[in-house]
Design a protein around this ligand. Structure first.
Ligand code: ASP
Length: 308
């Protein structure tokens, strides 16, 4: 059996077995909740700190709910965009908060690598979970995307999955690539404008497309990403109407995918920019299932790093 994780900062290099264990656990927690168990006590007496240096609604709420459902105490610490960019300030914050006897820190930060830095500096015994760092990783999103696909299409070795949009600035795309590769997805495709594509030296084996109609042909799942303007140099910002014409998912394009193709998006969605409203709300949309799965995946991760 692969060793229990103490921290989760990225899905890179995680063995398939570990990823599957987390997905299986998320699934059994989902079943337990479906059968009326709203609250478990496996993490009673443990304290989880949500340390968010970037705004977030979905992810922070989802981690909070996950921790509470496992019986943990939760502290939310939201720090504005501007503060704590320097390492020293970050460590001051860390040590101050640690003095309150924490068991886990869930961290989101605009700077890639912050969670690993916390792992190196956190007191021993404190687990660090990455809730999104810069454009680098968003491991629980990668897991929940894999879980959502698996619930509909467990036959990963037969699947074609397309990720479309602003790949370059997307930590979700990177964590999805790690998860899908580890789980043996047959084919992963990336599509987007050249200036928003994954740099050539990252995942060179993954096929890139500039033409959305070609990229979506026959795929079993499509994950749409928003333009992450806050991480862009203004020069890269495309005109939104032209962007939708080239890279927006509408009904016509969805018709080119395999029948029943799953439509996914990590949120927040921008209707009429990367996805048409009727597709976002349509019968093939799994976007709200992704949100629901987020809670169970985060319960599974908290349980993994914290259970005694
Ligand atoms: N919510 C995701 C993230 O935190 C995706 C996004 O922001 O576009 O990266």
């Amino acid at each position: 059996m692969s060793p229990r994780l103490r921290h989760l900062t990225s899905l890179e290099n995680l063995p398939r077995e570990t990823i599957e264990r987390l997905l299986d656990r998320a699934e059994s927690l989902r079943d337990a909740c479906a059968h009326g168990t709203r609250k478990l006590d496996v993490l009673a007496g443990r304290t989880v700190l949500n340390l968010f240096f970037e705004p977030s609604t979905r992810t922070r709420t989802s981690f909070e709910l996950a921790a509470r459902r496992l019986g943990a105490d939760v502290i939310n610490f939201d720090i504005g965009l501007s503060s704590t960019s320097k390492g020293e300030e970050l460590f001051d914050t860390l040590h101050t908060l640690e003095a309150m006897h924490l068991d886990a820190i869930v961290v989101r930060h605009k700077q890639s690598g912050t969670p690993d830095m916390l792992v190196r500096h956190a007191m021993s015994g404190v687990s660090v979970i990455n809730a999104g760092d810069g454009n680098r990783a968003h491991p629980t999103q990668g897991l929940l995307d894999a879980l959502t696909i698996r619930q509909h299409r467990p036959d990963f070795d037969k699947l074609s999955v397309l990720i479309c949009g602003d790949i370059k600035h997307s930590r979700v795309a990177r964590s999805d690539l790690n998860a899908f590769t580890a789980l043996g997805v047959k084919e992963i495709r990336l599509c987007g404008p050249a200036e928003l594509m994954l740099p050539a030296d990252e995942a060179p084996q993954i096929r890139r497309y500039g033409n959305f109609d070609e990229a979506i042909e026959g795929v079993d799942a499509v994950i749409m990403l928003r333009l992450q303007k806050e991480r862009m140099a203004s020069i890269e910002l495309p005109d939104e109407a032209a962007y939708f014409a080239h890279y927006g998912l509408d009904r016509r394009r969805l018709g080119l995918a395999a029948p029943g193709c799953l439509v996914m998006h990590p949120g927040p969605i921008n209707r009429g920019i990367e996805i048409a409203s009727d597709v976002a709300d349509g019968a093939q949309s799994r976007i709200l299932e992704q949100v629901g799965n987020g809670v169970f995946v985060r319960m599974a991760v908290l349980n993994e790093v914290l259970a005694r």
